[in-house]
Design a protein around this ligand. Structure first.
Ligand code: TRP
Length: 451
């Protein structure tokens, strides 16, 4: 069986998608989802939206618009799993499990949080002024999004790479603490599409709502035309040669053109095509490329009940993965049914007892000793030296007789006593918790089994 690559990404639902969002994130994700080897999980990060926006109407509107944009762009919801983050209750639940293992120091280093603190400090405010726990914990919620579905690849913008790294860090820590050798979480990798250069906005800076330099995507043709007319160009007159490589108008054109179309446009600019005409060409291109999708978008927006159905269906698919997985994770951390728990304890006990073993050996000086090894081969005890093999054998028998064990802790190790005499010692452990765990393992290993 070949395992498909699971690709997962989310878009925060705080605004109306613009041309930059489409070319930089949505369109490449739709293209990637068509690969037969891809198992795509795309979602609306609406819990993340609440961190940045406290305007319910805007959240509501943006979720609808972003959902319609994905579908109008050609996303095939039978092929992919397309859902709203907030329809998956397992995500906030996993967020809590991860919060309990995430190092605060790690989150202190998150760029977005640090930038807010720096700004406060600069302006002489309290460092935490206006900073919510939502902003602070943002990377943990994002880690839950990613780890919940064991994504291999996470397509994101450069500003999100750190968050994907934090997801790895937190996931690894959980694996280490609760996996008992099993890797619950796959380590995700950020996927930065080098070929999808960040789209420039009207003024040449990155197209972004915060710069107010965006070109709308699926609003009316007129609005798109108006925005294009505001693209900043140099002052070369019609007839003068233009420099395509230093023109963001050309970069925008290129992002939607075939190589042949781009070459032709480049030639015309070099030959002195006027900027006004160049803007017309760009509009024509975009209108050709996006006109049909724009119509589909308008139709979708007018049928919110259909969109609701599609997303509910997606949530069902996502939860078919999330629900059993979260159940496993709850078990792992100890949130277990009382009924199941005694069974688990009993089977662990049996396994441990079966697998633990005594190994005896002889020292160079002729004395006899033994070790007690746990199931995983870890040494639980090393005996003292006995004059003959018979005494050593009797001690191991007595230890397994089911009598209460006389275990005495000393610093980071412990010893086992029989009739007032020390018969064996543990190795030194890293800390007292590890020592106490080994004592538990020892007791289990020495408990006689029924069968
Ligand atoms: N934080 C991402 C952004 O603002 C959105 C997001 C939320 C996301 N959860 C995610 C992206 C999980 C990828 C994977 O762009």
């Amino acid at each position: 069986m070949t395992t498909r690559t699971r690709i997962l990404t989310g878009i925060t639902t705080t605004g109306t998608p613009h041309l930059g969002n489409y070319a930089g994130a949505i369109r490449p994700a739709i293209v990637a989802s068509c690969d037969s080897n891809a198992d795509s999980f795309y979602f609306l990060a609406d819990y993340h939206a609440l961190i940045k926006c406290d305007d319910p109407l805007r959240i509501q509107r943006s979720r609808l618009e972003i959902a319609a944009t994905w579908l109008a762009g050609g996303l095939d919801v039978d092929r992919v799993t397309f859902y709203r983050q907030s329809d998956i209750p397992e995500i906030p639940e996993l967020t809590w499990l991860l919060t309990c293992v995430a190092a605060k120091g790690l989150l202190n280093r998150a760029h977005a949080y640090k930038a807010s603190v720096d700004k406060n400090v600069e302006t002489g405010e309290d460092p935490d002024a206006g900073i919510t726990m939502g902003l602070y914990s943002y990377p943990v919620l994002m880690a839950a999004d990613i780890l919940m579905f064991n994504a291999h690849k996470v397509p994101v913008g450069r500003d999100q790479i750190q968050h994907v790294e934090m997801a790895r860090d937190i996931g690894q820590r959980f694996n280490h603490l609760f996996g008992q050798g099993k890797e619950f979480f796959t380590m995700p990798e950020a996927l930065i599409e080098e070929s999808v250069a960040t789209l420039p906005g009207l003024d040449g800076r990155k197209m972004s709502k915060s710069y107010d330099n965006t070109i709308p995507l699926f609003s009316s043709a007129k609005e798109m035309k108006d925005a294009i007319s505001r693209i900043v160009t140099d002052s070369r007159a019609p007839g003068e040669a233009k420099d395509p490589d230093n023109s963001h108008l050309f970069t925008l054109f290129q992002a939607f053109a075939t190589p042949a179309q781009a070459d032709e446009f480049r030639g015309e600019l070099l030959q002195g095509l006027g900027w006004g005409e160049a803007k017309n060409r760009l509009f024509q291109l975009l209108d050709n490329e996006l006109g049909e999708s724009r119509e589909r978008y308008q139709q979708l927006i007018e049928r919110p009940a259909d969109l609701e159905d599609i997303l509910q269906h997606g949530a069902k698919k996502a939860r078919a993965v999330a629900t059993p997985f979260l159940q496993e994770l709850r078990e792992a951390v100890g949130l277990r049914s009382f009924v199941a728990q005694t069974q688990v304890a009993a089977t662990t006990k049996k396994k441990a007892a079966k697998a633990a073993r005594f190994v005896s050996f002889r020292e160079d000086d002729g004395s006899f000793r033994f070790r007690l090894l746990a199931a995983d081969g870890e040494q639980l005890l090393l005996s003292r030296n006995f004059a003959d093999g018979k005494t050593a054998g009797q001690v191991t028998k007595q230890l397994q007789a089911g009598q209460p064990l006389d275990v005495r802790s000393e610093d980071l190790s412990f010893s086992v006593w029989l009739e007032g005499e020390c018969v064996a010692d543990s190795p030194a452990f890293a800390d007292s918790a590890a020592r106490d765990m080994a004592i538990d393992a020892l007791r289990i290993a020495l408990t006689p089994t029924q069968d």
